[in-house]
Design a protein around this ligand. Structure first.
Ligand code: URP
Ligand code: ZN
Ligand code: ZN
Length: 463
């Protein structure tokens, strides 16, 4: 049966207007007033905003940090109650395997039958062999037009040196693959970590001391230079500090196709979170580390002005009690990453739109439209337009509450934003035309999420 969403205010990345939306066979087929909707089920959105379903282009449903792994796609309904209908998850290459085989294996064992939201993938380099650089050119054939290299994390299997980053950049450009980098100077971090531990400085706060802004700034500038030498576009993930952002902005202004994102937690949390007593600080151990208010303000300005393109969650769900405590006596062993898939909309709306820092249009761009473009999913995803998938959020702007682990579906034993004010809430969510969240409650089922192939030559090749 067709569905019509009536009387709401439709918000896109460029405008907002009163209109009805007609849905048929998973797609939006008409937008306008006085549509002929005979026989359609009516959803009344009076007093609500009607938003495109969010695209979170940075999740780790599967990530290991020494022995620990994170919560899997079994918790992907958390995306939906947070207004995100598509995630672009980092699918790790297995050493000795092709990216293609690694992703197919991951899908078969850990995604299909479990995913509740739609999903696409970035490859993640673990085995930078000659075969891998050849394979990069063929990644668009499997619907994966992006791949990440970790310049950080010395000693971990996924750490990559400049040789690998440069070769990946060289390989990427002909076939429209976007290279993503985690930019931190791994050697300097390693030295600082060892020195701090030798001085008996073992607590979570020293995570930030061992990863000062300059380790990110230096690696960001280096990655930009490598991209310039390779003549390839570059996307820098989880940018946290003013000078890294400025390096990206200035490179772009010099004519280089260099882009970046930031993440929710870098906009509202800071280094002091890591100093919380009783090992609570471990909840906020993520890399790059949380920064000061000065950097937060610069990031808000950057997303408003378009110097950084989108806001992702970097969702990485390690439990505090069992997994984070592995690093009780040594901060370098605390698994890096924090959950936030569910809270991305709430944080951006409450602390962005409601505080007057960004417009509703900019919110939609950062939350849905730009990440869809970066990953070759637009206009199927991230947009309310005729022919787009009917991924639609009906948003109640009058709700007032707090973010808490208590009503979380993330499956993690803490909430990164515990106790923080939340204005507005996701009331209903349609995933390809199917109502999957109603009155804020998930009513879908495991396995309803579909693999969405990304197209090459995404935003990094277009802007
Ligand atoms: O600390 C983080 N960000 N964990 C997830 C892996 C990564 O570096 O993106
Ligand atoms: Zn990273
Ligand atoms: Zn990440």
């Amino acid at each position: 049966m067709n569905i019509v969403i009536k009387n709401g205010t439709v918000v896109t990345a460029i405008e907002e207007f009163q209109a009805d939306i007609l849905i048929e066979d998973q797609k939006i087929i008409a937008i306008g007033k006085d549509l002929d909707v005979r026989g359609a089920a009516v959803i009344d959105a009076t007093g609500r905003y009607v938003l495109p379903g969010g695209v979170d282009q940075h999740t780790h449903f599967n990530f290991s940090f020494r022995t620990a792994t994170v919560r899997g796609f079994e918790t992907s309904n958390a995306a939906l109650i947070g207004g995100t209908t598509t995630v672009v998850d980092f699918a790790n290459q297995q050493v000795g395997w092709t990216v293609k085989d690694s992703i197919e294996d991951y899908m078969e064992k850990k995604v299909i039958g479990k995913a509740m939201c739609d999903y696409a993938f970035h490859g993640v380099v673990f085995d930078p062999s000659a075969a891998l650089f050849k394979e990069i050119t063929r990644l668009p054939d499997i619907g994966v037009p992006t791949i990440k290299l970790f310049m950080a994390y010395k000693g971990h299997p996924y750490h990559c040196d400049d040789d690998s980053v440069f070769k990946a950049l060289q390989a990427s450009k002909e076939s429209g693959v976007t290279i993503m980098v985690h930019a931190e100077n791994a050697d300097v971090i390693d030295v600082l970590q060892k020195q701090l531990l030798a001085e008996g400085k073992t607590g979570p706060y020293y995570h930030a001391v061992s990863r000062p802004p300059l380790v990110e700034i230096e690696a960001t500038q280096r990655a930009i230079n490598l991209a310039a030498m390779a003549g390839a576009p570059l996307f820098v993930v989880h940018v946290t500090c003013k000078e890294s952002m400025e390096a990206i902005r200035d490179a772009y202004n010099r004519g280089l196709p260099v882009f970046g994102e930031t993440c929710t937690h870098y906009l509202v949390l800071d280094t002091e979170n890591l100093a919380k007593p009783n090992f609570e600080g471990a909840k906020y151990v993520c890399s790059p580390a949380l920064r000061s208010e000065m950097h937060r303000n610069a990031l808000w300005e950057a997303i408003k002005k378009g110097w950084l393109k989108c806001v992702s969650s970097d969702h990485c769900g390690f439990d505090w009690k069992e997994q984070k405590h592995l690093g009780k006596d040594d901060f370098t062993v605390i698994p890096n990453g924090a959950p936030g898939l569910e809270n991305r909309l709430a944080v951006l709306w409450t602390y962005g739109v409601e505080k007057g820092r960004i417009s509703r249009q900019k919110f939609v761009e950062l939350f849905a439209t730009a990440p869809a473009k970066i990953n070759g999913l637009f206009p199927r995803k991230g947009h309310i337009g005729i022919g787009s998938d009917a991924d639609i959020v009906i948003f109640d702007p009058d709700f007032k509450g707090v973010m808490s682990v208590e009503n979380s579906l993330q499956g993690v034993d803490y909430c990164t934003y515990e106790g923080m004010e939340q204005i507005g809430r996701v009331e209903k969510v349609f995933l390809r035309g199917n109502l999957t969240v109603d009155d804020g409650i998930f009513i879908g089922h495991a396995g309803q999420g579909e693999f969405i192939k990304g197209q090459p030559f995404g935003l990094a090749y277009q802007e």
